[in-house]
Design a protein around this ligand. Structure first.
Ligand SMILES: [Zn+2]
Ligand SMILES: [Zn+2]
Length: 239
């Protein structure tokens, strides 16, 4: 029995895994049932365990294909909303990082699946910024008089508040410190001295940027880090 999963395999694996999780089936019974449906025993066990790790938000080491990952995450969102999806996304991020480190490759499709689902978490900071930039772009395409008319219609509006979830990377302070040390107060892009010094410690103000974004699987290493002046840093993101 090969590890070829049909959509109906994935669906039963999910449903059986959730029954194992709430203990209406034992792991052994769950595996046996999936084997009768044509899934190999090892893979059946992996699917059930991965469901558990997703629910617990823990890094899983065995891998399942992109379709199963996508189905599990979407279904968890249906079943338990953000309370289920949030740890599952965490677990999957950790899994992807683990797998990429060991196999020395980038799981582009899996990363895209996770990124799409992060939008479901209702207002990730990045999604919010992207939407806002689109709105500014659309407003710029209007005439100045149309914009002024809209502004006049809402003279004293207090800005709305939104609560956003954010996924952050835990960065290594030594990478930042050593990159700043290497730069010696000079932007590594335009070779100009830092524009000002920090009030807090008198150090030249430069920002440490990752050449390949951490979100795209870039590593938090000296090779992937560069110290930039604020202008060059902005240009590297928006230029
Ligand atoms: Zn610069
Ligand atoms: Zn940056």
């Amino acid at each position: 029995m090969a590890n070829v999963l049909t959509t109906s395999h994935i669906q039963s694996a999910y449903s059986i895994a959730s029954q194992v999780m709430d203990q209406s089936l034992s792991l052994k019974q769950g595996v046996a049932q999936l084997v009768t449906e044509g899934i190999g025993a090892t893979y059946a066990q992996d699917l059930i365990n991965i469901y558990r790790y997703m629910r617990l938000g823990r890094c899983y080491h065995r891998t399942i294909n992109v379709e199963a990952t996508n189905y599990f995450l979407r279904q968890l969102f249906e079943d338990g909303g953000t309370e289920y999806l949030s740890p599952a996304i965490n677990a999957t991020h950790q899994h992807i990082d683990y797998y990429e480190r060991h196999q020395k490759l980038t799981l582009h499709r899996k990363r895209r699946v996770v990124a799409d689902l992060e939008h479901l978490l209702g207002g990730s900071v990045i999604a919010h910024q992207e939407t806002f930039e689109k709105e500014v772009h659309a407003a710029l395409a209007d005439s100045s008089s149309a914009r002024k008319a809209r502004l006049a219609a809402r003279p004293h509006v207090k800005p709305e508040r939104v609560v956003l979830t954010s996924t952050m990377f835990v960065r290594n302070p030594d990478v930042v410190a050593e990159t700043l040390h290497r730069a010696g107060g000079v932007c590594e892009e335009c070779d100009q001295p830092a524009p000002f010094t920090r009030k807090s410690n008198g150090m030249p103000y430069l920002e440490v940027h990752h050449k390949i974004r951490l979100a795209d699987g870039g590593l938090d290493t000296l090779e992937n880090a560069v110290a930039l002046c604020p202008n060059c840093h902005r240009a590297s993101h928006y230029g």
